[in-house]
Design a protein around this ligand. Sequence first.
Ligand code: MRU
Length: 350
Amino acid sequence: MRTVFWDYETHSCKMIDQRQLPWSFEIANFDDYHAVAQAITDMVVRGAPAIGAAGGFGMALAARQLPDGDRLIFIQALEEAAEILNAARPTAVNLSWAVNQQLRVATDETLESLDEIRDALLQNAQRIADEDVALNRLMGFNGAELISDGDTILHHCNTGALATVDWGTALGVIFAAHEQGKKIHVLVDETRPRLQGARLTAWELQQRGVSFDLIADNAAGHFMRKGEVDIVLVGSDRTAANGDVANKIGTYNLGVLAKENGVPFYPVVPTSTIDLNLAHGDLIPIEERGIEEVTHVFGRQIAPEGITARNPAFDVTPHRYVTGIVTEAGIVYPPFVKNLVKAVEMANSK
Ligand code: MRU
């Protein structure tokens, strides 16, 4: 089942509610784009490509919610919807990439009526979702060449089927290597504070029968120094033109530790996550989330009452720590400034 999909019977958008996993598997239903935006903020759906797809369907919903009438007013209302959806989470570029693509579709002058605009928006949202699955398969195939029989892979956060529409990015590479019959083992960072590794990645690996051990985030350096990690694979929420990579908080630590210990470090990144408009990673907006994610674990306070805390959801790993970037257009190596442009051009020409 896909993480985000359109229900053509009820004309609504459906999502696996990732806040409930691994305890229960629930599907949430959305027929209001405001609720889609809230679901993205609340992380019912999360992972850069998955929130991109949700944004695409959110725009299709907005068009259905808007009344018939003046075309200009309709487009203005869609622009407002786009602003609300784009603001739901700031770091992953896939969200604005998909939502802004939908605005371009909506302003296509060859569409003759509001109903044609509504249909075109749904078709394009479906295309974004379908393409994501195909791209992930390609990236998995491309990245699997980095994995040898017997390798142990260190992985952060959740980058699997749940973080995308289906299959996954970094975890997609792991699934592809497993499918090819390579004997691999995964060290799964639990990924505090929201535990995407412990809750979601462990669940996905278990379902697919891939061998793994869950580790506390702060154990990663220990295993790298002991020579027990062959490669680090992570995702990315936004990759700048110079190859700096924003990803789940803690990824930077892994990049530095990997370099120190001579372990290759590869982000796995669809070209939709590459933001060539940003020269370097310090320009990437970093989401800061509520401090209760740090002070509480599953509703229970674990720190003294009244303290302050900080909760950046992402960090930036400078490109000097990045061995290569796996994309659907192949594996990109330094100099990233030149080679990422080529990869994006190649992907867009297909
Ligand atoms: O806060 P999340 O769970 O949305 O963060 C997700 C990640 O950091 C992933 O690594 C990223 O989206 C890229 S992989 C699909």
